[in-house]
Ligand binder design. Structure first.
Ligand SMILES: NC(=O)C1=CN([C@@H]2O[C@H](COP(=O)(O)OP(=O)(O)OC[C@H]3O[C@@H](n4cnc5c(N)ncnc54)[C@H](O)[C@@H]3O)[C@@H](O)[C@H]2O)C=CC1
Ligand SMILES: CC(C)(CO)C(=O)C(=O)O
Length: 314
């Protein structure tokens, strides 16, 4: 496959590198010192699933990439609109743009620019960051992608395309990652949104790792409460889950060996980087207000984190 990774950071460079290891034709789109290092020294990945290094074309100019089958869209949500504006040069009518970003609004922003039929919605479960320019560190998580062709929530899901099958096959063949296709992309996005609002919200506000949150009765109750509120907002949006996300995540997180894990929001907060608060709790609050759903726990987390998010932005 010909793949462009738009935003070759912790998530994008990890998956792009893994797919390149399989011989796929991958171009990284990055910027700043990270781009300079990718160009001069190639990409180095330090991963719990096995270290590797790969030399890939890298640029900050999407118009220099040429047309590709698939764009892995992995910029932070606050960069979505700007980055989306430059997608056109890389897309044929049958190309796709797969968002692996956190949040439930990115796909609609992309659809407004490139058309709903070229957008795929996706989520990923991984802990991966830029350790230093040119070096990505994957510290945990299953490194799984779950995706499907996007569609308006009131429309039926399109049939799975040959391109989607090709990506599934590529991910299956790759080391250190896996992929799954979802029959309900909206349920998948909101299911992850419920988890991330709890995981990011509680690790960022407490500055403690997941193990401490789970071991503290009051804090673990709040973790559940955040998920319950986000699921209530999802129901008001018209999302229908074939499962109970709260039970699913609490059961999974009870038994997971993830005591030391935080979240990408916590990482950004503690490293003085711009935070995705507006795409996470900020977005949940907006959706809640739109539907008249009470979400006091989510609102409180949003309010507590705002000053630091503002400080990291300036
Ligand atoms: N880091 C993680 O472990 C996880 C992250 N996510 C989500 O994945 C998305 C990406 O997160 P990360 O990989 O952590 O972000 P990151 O900050 O490591 O990487 C994004 C990269 O895109 C670059 N970029 C942004 N706009 C660009 C442009 N116009 N041209 C060229 N480069 C551009 C940035 O400079 C940055 O290096 C976020 O929505 C995040 O919430 C989801 C699951 C886990
Ligand atoms: C769910 C979690 C915590 C890890 O995949 C995540 O999405 C993040 O850190 O942004």
């Amino acid at each position: 496959m010909e793949i462009a990774v738009y935003g070759a950071g912790g998530v994008g460079a990890y998956y792009g590198g893994r797919l390149a290891e399989q011989g796929h034709d991958v171009t990284l789109i990055a910027r700043g010192e990270h781009l300079d290092a990718l160009r001069s020294d190639g990409l180095t990945v330090e991963s719990v699933a096995g270290d590797f290094a790969v030399d890939l074309p890298a640029t900050d100019d999407p118009t220099a990439v040429g047309e590709v089958d698939l764009v892995l869209f992995c910029v932070k949500s606050f960069d979505t609109a700007d980055a989306a504006a430059a997608l056109d040069a890389m897309l044929r009518p049958d190309s796709a743009v797969l968002s692996l970003q956190n949040g439930v609004d990115n796909e609609d922003v992309l659809a407004d620019v490139v058309g709903t039929e070229r957008v795929w919605g996706g989520v990923t479960y991984i802990f991966s960051t830029i350790k230093e320019p040119g070096v990505v560190e994957h510290t945990g998580g299953p490194a799984e992608i779950v995706f499907a062709e996007y569609h308006d929530i009131d429309d039926p899901a399109p049939e799975r395309s040959a391109l989607a099958d090709a990506l599934l096959g590529a991910c299956e063949a790759a080391t250190g990652m896996s992929a799954d296709y979802t029959e309900d992309v909206h349920a998948t996005l909101w299911d992850k949104f419920a988890l991330i609002c709890a995981q990011a919200g509680l690790t960022a506000t407490t500055r403690h790792p997941f193990g401490d949150i789970r071991a503290t009765e009051e804090t673990w109750a709040l973790y559940r409460r955040v998920m319950e509120e986000v699921v209530a907002i999802a129901h008001a949006e018209g999302v229908r889950f074939g499962w109970d996300p709260v039970t699913k995540w609490l059961d999974a997180m009870e038994s997971m060996d993830n005591e030391e894990n935080y979240s990408s929001l916590h990482y950004d907060l503690t490293h003085g980087k711009r935070m995705e608060l507006d795409a996470l709790h900020g977005s949940a609050v907006r959706h809640a207000r739109e539907h008249g759903v009470d979400a006091p726990a989510v609102e409180t987390i949003d309010a507590i984190l705002r000053p630091q998010a503002d400080a990291n932005e300036s």
